[in-house]
Design a protein around this ligand. Structure first.
Ligand code: FES
Length: 160
């Protein structure tokens, strides 16, 4: 996949983000913010049976954060809860054809927003808030973000 393709797909999702907005009666809502850059993502999921039926988002952040949030809402419908839990920033970056090192951590926001939304779903539907607490810990833990942006230290490319 060429760098031009990556930029085209990234810009396509940034200029025409899918599934933007609040969701009435969402089954799970995940809020996360990157304390290092200030970007925030709110993800809403609707669950039917054991599958994610629909996802929407609101992101205040960089192009990569908006693009990965948009992409995630396209990846989720039809996924079982178990499969949704396995989605990581790397899955999103693989679809985007990877991003320059300086922007790779931006997908971490979407990943954590998804886990927070699933944690909220578990807490509401099963009374189990273990995942919510784990995600809250990870969001608060500066090491999570440090790990996500560790590659930046050695990066020599320009951000998109
Ligand atoms: Fe903050 Fe992209 S620069 S998430």
């Amino acid at each position: 996949m060429t760098e031009k393709h990556v930029k085209d797909l990234l810009m396509e999702h940034f200029m025409n983000p899918r599934n933007v907005g609040d969701m009435a009666e969402a089954d799970g809502v995940g809020d996360v913010g990157n304390p290092l850059c200030g970007d925030i993502v709110r993800l809403f999921i609707k669950v039917k049976g054991n599958k994610v039926e629909k996802a929407t988002f609101k992101t205040f952040g960089c192009r990569a954060a908006i693009a990965t949030s948009s992409l995630l809402t396209e990846m989720l419908p039809g996924k079982t809860i178990d499969d949704a839990l396995k989605i990581t920033e790397k899955d999103m970056l693989n679809r985007l054809g990877d991003l320059p090192p300086l922007k790779r951590h931006c997908g971490k926001l979407a990943e954590l927003a998804l886990q927070a939304a699933l944690g909220d779903y578990f807490a509401k539907s099963r009374g189990d808030n273990h995942l919510s607490e784990e995600v809250a810990r990870r969001i608060r833990d500066p090491r999570e973000w440090s790990a996500a942006i560790a590659e930046e230290d050695a990066a020599t490319v320009q951000p998109l």
